[in-house]
Ligand binder design. Structure first.
Ligand code: FES
Length: 144
């Protein structure tokens, strides 16, 4: 068996560091072109709130399976989206002053009416979810 020299060891460490650097460089690029996908969404509607609890301009973030859903009472009615940003899967929030959905990670902005990207790096719109009112209660998910 051959002994490893100090020079070989340093070379090995350098190659390891170089590989780590390349992976750190390319992971965000690959993630940009293959954004996070939602899986395991509940098939049954999830209770959001009573209708009177979500006035115009208000929003609620609720657990929706493994991911949060964002429900907004817009001036054109209730809208619901997966709150998971399509860029690097940060959790988006409703900004009532801007009247836009905002991703705080890299300043992504989404339209609250249909979830399309207004500004920033997200490659695709937010996933729109069904929202319905049944007996005065707001539900997200399920069939329309
Ligand atoms: Fe980058 Fe949302 S994760 S803009």
């Amino acid at each position: 068996m051959q002994d490893i020299t100090r020079r070989d060891f340093i070379k090995l460490v350098q190659q390891g560091l170089a590989l780590t650097g390349v992976a750190a460089l390319f992971t965000p690029i690959v993630s940009y072109f293959f954004p996070a996908k939602l899986e395991e969404m509940p098939s049954d509607p999830v209770l959001v709130a009573g209708q009177e609890e979500l006035g115009p301009g208000d929003s609620r973030t609720v657990a929706f399976g493994r991911y949060p859903a964002l429900v907004i009472h817009t001036e054109e009615g209730l809208r619901a989206f997966s709150a998971v940003c399509t860029h690097f899967a940060c959790i988006c929030k409703w900004d009532p002053d801007l009247e836009q959905i905002v991703c705080p990670c890299h300043e992504g902005y989404f339209d609250p009416l249909d979830g399309h990207v207004l500004h920033g790096p997200p490659p695709t719109p937010l996933m729109q979810l069904n929202v319905q009112v049944v007996d005065g209660k707001i539900y997200v998910g399920g069939q329309g």
